[in-house]
Structures are given as structure tokens and as C-alpha cells.
Design a protein around this ligand. Structure first.
Ligand code: GTP
Ligand code: MG
Ligand code: ZN
Length: 220
């Protein structure tokens, strides 16, 4: 499958909430769930997708947001999963009008879930509604346990908080209790998951959560 790429001319693109509504309406009509994965560069977003897509019984596609390169879209494409790369050319988050343009290039009639892998950044992607049903905060063990309180907006907005690379805990003295108690202070209702893609731990729980969100959306 050839990877498709969209280059964004920054000056043309102003944040516009009406695009988020347009996306939500379109995806509601088609019964497609949209999940916005947000986390630091290297927190393990693409690896989580690689370890779950095509194995969870759902028909998925991925919109990849990066400043440059189509490397993540190529990784998803290698799984036989439709993927489109958006290059922001310096921009540090995705906006709804870009996502709207990209949706036209996806096979919407054949999808259950669209994942957005936002530009690696713990700060402003959380401020932008791109029409998703759920934001998911991805935080990895080597980043340290203090990230929720230092970057509170994402952890407050997220429907789920996913702690990745849990296999690295013994090597970096990660304080699990501190991390989760800070998450609970900010967002007691968030679903919480601990995942190691290297050890294949927590992946079924993640897929079950996605499936429950899809069923909830389709029930209306
Ligand atoms: N130890 C360990 N390393 C992991 C795990 N998951 C991912 N990694 C590694 O973390 C690095 C970054 O993973 P990616 O999935 O590319 O991270 P990303 O969040 O998609 O990165 P950007 O798209 O650049 O923001 C890679 O070297 C992965 O192999 C894990 O469960 N355990
Ligand atoms: Mg990635
Ligand atoms: Zn930004």
C-alpha cells in the first residue's frame, strides 16, 4: 500500500471549532469511533498501535501527525492498516480542519475506529478539539512519574491514561503510586491502564476499552 502524505501550509490553517463538529457529525452517522492519542515524543504511541491494530478484531485506520517524515505512517502501512501522514512542517499539534481533509482519503465505509496519533507533545495537542470521541494520555515510565501534575490539561481532559513501557520500571525507579495518585487527583473518572508492548502486557485491556467505547457510541 502506498503511504499518502498531506503537507500543511500553516498560514492557511486557523483553528476552527466548526470542523470538529463537522467531523463528529460525519463519524456519528457512520458509527466510527475516533481516538486521539497524545503523549511526548517517543512515549510509545506508534508501538501501541503496531501491537494492537489488526489483532483486535476491529477495522482501523490511523491518521499520523508529525512535524516531518512519513515514518510512522510507513510503520502502520506495513501492517496492512490504512494510514495517512500529516506533516505539520513545524507545527506542534494537529487541528480539526487538517483531520477533516484527511478523512476524505480514508475508506470510511469499511472502518470501526480511526486513531489519530497526534504530534509528540504533552502540551498543546490537549488544547485542540479535532473531533475525537476520546483523548488518551500516553505517558511512559522513563519520562518519570511527575508528568500528570506538571502537564495537567492533558491528564484532566483524557478519557483514559495509559502508562507505557512498564517493563522499564525497575531500571528507572518509577514511583507508580505517585503517578496514579496524581492522575486520580486530576481526573478520578479516567480509565487507567499499564502497558508494556515489549512484554505484551495490558494490550487486551486496551483493546477491550476501545471495543467498549465503540459499543457505547453505536448504542448512542
Ligand atoms: N522498553 C520498552 N520500550 C518501548 C515500549 N514501547 C515502545 N518502546 C520503544 O520506545 C521508542 C519509541 O517508540 P514509538 O512507538 O516510536 O514512540 P512514539 O510515541 O510513537 O514516538 P513519536 O511518534 O516520535 O512521538 C522505540 O524505541 C520503541 O521500541 C515498551 O513497552 N517497552
Ligand atoms: Mg509515533
Ligand atoms: Zn502546538
Amino acid at each position: 500500500m502506498a503511504v499518502r502524505k498531506i503537507d500543511i501550509q500553516q498560514a492557511v490553517m486557523a483553528a476552527d471549532m466548526s470542523y470538529a463538529k463537522k467531523i463528529r457529525d460525519k463519524l456519528a452517522e457512520k458509527g466510527i469511533l475516533m481516538i486521539n492519542l497524545i503523549g511526548s515524543p517517543g512515549s510509545g504511541k506508534t508501538t501501541l498501535l503496531e501491537n494492537t491494530l489488526g489483532k483486535d478484531g476491529l477495522r482501523s485506520a490511523v491518521i499520523e501527525g508529525d512535524v516531518a517524515t512519513d515514518r510512522d505512517a510507513v510503520r502502520i502501512d506495513a501492517l496492512g492498516i490504512p494510514s495517512i501522514q500529516i506533516n505539520t512542517e513545524g507545527g506542534c499539534h494537529l487541528e480539526a480542519n487538517w483531520v477533516d481533509m484527511t478523512l476524505e482519503k480514508l475508506p470510511l465505509e469499511d472502518l470501526d475506529v480511526i486513531y489519530i496519533e497526534n504530534v509528540g507533545n504533552l502540551v498543546c495537542p490537549a488544547e485542540f478539539d479535532v473531533g475525537e470521541d476520546h483523548k488518551v494520555a500516553i505517558s511512559s515510565v522513563p519520562e518519570g512519574p511527575d508528568k500528570p501534575l506538571k502537564y495537567p490539561l492533558l491528564f484532566t481532559e483524557a478519557s483514559a491514561v495509559v502508562l507505557t513501557k512498564t517493563d522499564l520500571s525497575p531500571y528507572v525507579s518509577f514511583d507508580d503510586d505517585l503517578f496514579w495518585s496524581d492522575v486520580a487527583k486530576l481526573n478520578p473518572k479516567a480509565s487507567t491502564l499499564r502497558i508494556s508492548c515489549y512484554r505484551k502486557e495490558g494490550l487486551d485491556e486496551w483493546s477491550s476499552l476501545v471495543r467498549s467505547w465503540l459499543e457505547e457510541k453505536r448504542r448512542g
